[in-house]
Write a protein that binds this ligand. Structure first.
Ligand code: ZN
Length: 153
């Protein structure tokens, strides 16, 4: 006779029961501690490809990203103001080492720091990120007489 996996008593029949994620075979008395597994309701292990909605990108009207030439912009703006790195570091309340790394492109600044630099230096360090594909310029148009004449050359 099978034994209940919870209380250990012998039973004529055991129920398959899920107790906190563990599948056990239990007697009637113990089966109420979990959810009875009904074979009819068992879902197939692998569902056919379910289209998932894209949620990886937060929807914002415009997105700005750090300019690729951010270190150059930063250095040029600072030099235009005649500030040494120490001066700028002091004004943005950051360590000199942080500023050095920024100007060497070895540190990607957080948004808050970028905003602070933009404000202090009165420049833009971010660029708008274009959504979707860039417009195509390869247009197909029928050949004109002018095209044909030039091809004769
Ligand atoms: Zn039991």
């Amino acid at each position: 006779m099978p034994l209940c996996e919870m209380c250990g008593t012998e039973q004529d029949q055991l129920r398959p029961v899920s107790v906190e994620g563990t599948n056990l075979r239990l007697c009637d008395r113990c089966s109420r501690f979990g959810e009875e597994i009904r074979p009819a309701k068992t879902l197939p292990a692998t569902l056919p490809g379910v289209p998932r909605t894209r949620t990886d990108r937060p929807s914002r009207e415009t997105e700005y990203d750090l300019a690729p030439d951010f270190p150059d912009r930063l250095r040029r703006a600072r030099e235009a103001l005649g500030w040494k790195r120490e001066e700028l570091a002091r004004r943005i309340n950051e360590k000199l080492s942080v500023l050095e790394k920024l100007e060497k492109g070895r540190l990607r600044p957080p948004d808050t720091l970028v905003a602070k630099l933009e404000r202090v230096l009165e420049i833009r360090l971010r660029e708008r990120v274009e959504e979707g594909e860039a417009p195509r310029h390869t247009e197909t148009r029928p050949l004109t007489l002018g095209d044909l004449i030039r091809r004769e050359d």
